[in-house]
Design a protein around this ligand. Sequence first.
Ligand code: IFM
Length: 472
Amino acid sequence: MVAKSKGGAWPKGFVWGTSTSSYQIEGAVNEDGRGQSIWDTQSKRIGGVANGDTGDVACDHYHRYADDIALMKKLGVNAYRFSIAWPRVQPTGRGAVNEKGLDFYDRVTDTILEAGIEPWTCLYHWDLPQALQDRGGWANRDCVGWYADYATVVARRLGDRIRNFATFNELSVFTLFGYAFGWHAPGLKDREAHFKSIHHVNLAHGAGVDVLRDLVPNASLGAVHNYTPAVPEADTPENVRAAHDLHEHWNLAFPEPQFLGYYPPGLARDLEPYVQAGDMARICRPVDWFGLNHYGPIFCKASEDYLHGFAWGDSPDKAPNAACGWAIYPEMFADTLLELTERYGVPVIVAENGCGTGTGSDVPDKKGRVADSHRVDYLNQYTAAMHEAICKGANVKGYFVWSLLDNFEWGLGYMQRYGMVHVDFETLKRTPKDSFHWYSKLIKGGPVGKYKNGKLPAELKGALKKSLQSGT
Ligand code: IFM
């Protein structure tokens, strides 16, 4: 239990970290035998990524990992979450293993450990080998076995030094955006493929947990979910219904079967044709924590233009804004932490939280200072809300800022920056921003800030309640 003090008191052994992912920072896409991923394909497709940006070079972390880990040491984090690129380990996703790819993750792991930082590793942060997509990707049930084989290779190689593994990152994002909305790789808008991908990713999670439990001594396992309130943008029956459906897809599609052994009602109906005898038990394997990625609520609306009838809507006119212009509701973060503690009964690790800003912001001044007060403001408020939730009983054991470095932001390319370290994408020079120094102080026990209690208008609060209570 944490003392109910205003600042500085965090649970003993609290994990303070920062997160990155392979395709977003590594670059070196054609080096040392790496195969192609679906994001190589997506970024080379006209219109696939803003400005035609690609991850070909990204932050060049493949060559600069030692400098980046030295920065983390300076930052003072005790944990670092990174992901492994499946196509570096198995260039065609199946069979032949690429030793040079594994060697890279060996070097990264050893350097992290030498810096006194604990590695937290995610097996899948969206860069599926293209060769597997050519066989249907996650819409093909065989992908479950391919993933289990890949997990086995990684566990055998790194499991002697890494015990914290996430099976997947943001399962609902890459399935929804990749198979239903067409925004992300593999760029599909296919109802059946989307439903199949949800179920197969759930099965792969279960298979991954089994492999890691068998092969990694003292393993600490989980999946990293996005979970955030889905608020109707206006209180109409259509929007309430849309929010209900979005909540099932975004928040519940993966945690419910993984922790509770069943799909939420609407999805259960849609997925029924693909669920075989014994599947729910295969998915529902005991894990050690709930990985939470949370940035802010989604305001949503009904729309026939999207496959499932829901779409992103507008935030309320008088929404509380962070300095970056985002509508922010830190108290909803606190509510989410309490809700997850109660619903799933395992510790929560906040695996991502952070603030993205657009082109033109986060620029070093003449003296080289990057004064990202918008990010400091955001992080201050969200960590204060987390502190409050912990004091009220939320079982939160760790917090990772997204992200260490400015990086390749998927469909937005390099337009949006999330880093506590500025990256000049011409020279690749790294410059710690004000938020880097702020986070460093927080970790050392600096004061917990205050948050402005951004309240939802009563009408929307009512609409949110209706959507959560409505049947399908
Ligand atoms: O950059 C992404 C990350 O890959 C997944 N979570 C959200 C981040 C910011 O959009």
